[in-house]
Design a protein around this ligand. Structure first.
Ligand SMILES: C[S@@+](CC[C@H](N)C(=O)[O-])C[C@H]1O[C@@H](n2cnc3c(N)ncnc32)[C@H](O)[C@@H]1O
Length: 233
C-alpha cells in the first residue's frame, strides 16, 4: 500500500482490507458466494452471454501485459473469479483490487493469497468506482470488467477511470451490451428487476470511452460483451 497514491484517508479494516472511510455497504455483500459460483460457471457464460470465462481472462492478460512498471487498478474487481490466474502471472506488479463489496473482495483476496500474492504488492481496497480515492493522473493501467452496465450514469465510471490514469495510461474495459439477442433479452429482464442500468449497445459504450479522452486501441464484441481498450490522450 502506497499512501502517496491517494488524495484522502484510507484505513485498514479488521479483515485486512483497506477502505475509504464512511462508505456504505456493497449491495453484492449478501450474494457474494452465490454470485461467485454463478459467474465462474462456463455454461452460464456460454448460454447467457455467449462468452467463455477464458475470453475475460485473455482480455485481462492483455491489460496486464501492456503494463510496464506503473501501478494497476482493477475497478469493480469482484471475486476475481475469471481473472485471478492472470493476476497470478504478475505478482511482482503493484496492483489495487477495488470494489464496494467487502465480501466480494474477501473471496478475491483468499484466491490471490492461495496463489502466493505478496501483500506488499497487492492491496484490496473497498472503494466507490464513481468516486475513487486515487489522485489524478497516477495509475498506468486501469482495468474494469463487467461493471459499466450496472450504472445509470456509465459516463461517470469512465470519467473516473480516465481521471486516475496518467497520460498515455491504458484502459481496458468490458461491459455487457445488447448485440446478442438472448443476452439482450436477459439484460432487459435484469434491468426491469433493477439489477442493471438501461442496457446499451456496444457502439454507445465505445463512444462513451472515446468521448472521455481515450484513443481507442481495440474494440471487439464477443456475444453479449463489449471489449474496449485505449490510451488516455
Ligand atoms: C457484475 S460484478 C463484476 C465483478 C468482476 N469485475 C467480474 O468481472 O467478475 C460487479 C461488481 O461491481 C461491484 N460494484 C457495484 N457497485 C460498485 C461501486 N459503486 N463501486 C465499486 N464497485 C461496485 C460489485 O460489488 C461487484 O463486485
Amino acid at each position: 500500500m502506497n499512501h502517496d497514491l491517494f488524495k484522502g484517508a484510507i484505513s485498514k479494516t479488521k479483515g485486512a482490507l483497506w477502505e475509504v472511510e464512511g462508505l456504505p455497504k456493497g449491495e453484492y455483500d449478501s450474494q457474494a458466494v452465490q454470485y461467485d459460483k454463478l459467474i465462474s460457471n462456463g455454461l452460464y457464460n456460454r448460454i447467457m452471454w455467449g462468452n467463455w470465462p477464458s475470453n475475460y481472462a485473455e482480455f485481462c492478460r492483455q491489460g496486464l501485459k501492456s503494463n510496464t512498471d506503473g501501478v494497476i487498478a482493477d475497478i469493480g474487481c469482484g471475486t476475481l473469479g475469471f481473472t485471478y490466474k492472470a493476476y497470478a502471472e504478475h505478482l511482482q506488479k503493484e496492483i489495487y483490487f477495488c470494489d464496494l463489496s467487502g465480501e466480494m473482495l474477501n473471496i478475491g483476496k483468499k484466491r490471490m493469497e492461495k496463489l502466493g500474492a505478496d501483500p506488499s504488492n497487492v492491496t484490496f481496497l473497498r472503494s466507490d468506482a464513481l468516486n475513487m480515492p486515487f489522485k489524478d493522473n497516477i495509475l498506468q493501467t486501469v482495468l474494469s470488467f463487467g461493471i459499466l452496465h450496472i450504472f445509470d450514469n456509465p459516463t461517470q465510471l469512465v470519467q473516473e477511470c480516465v481521471r486516475i490514469l496518467q497520460p498515455q495510461g491504458q484502459l481496458f474495459l468490458t461491459s455487457l451490451c445488447t448485440e446478442r439477442k438472448l443476452s439482450a433479452k436477459y439484460l432487459n429482464l435484469l434491468h426491469k428487476k433493477g439489477h442493471v442500468a438501461k442496457p446499451l449497445g456496444a457502439l454507445a459504450i465505445r463512444n462513451i470511452v472515446e468521448e472521455r479522452g481515450v484513443k481507442i486501441k481495440t474494440f471487439e464484441v464477443k456475444g453479449g460483451m463489449a471489449y474496449v481498450s485505449g490510451i488516455k490522450k
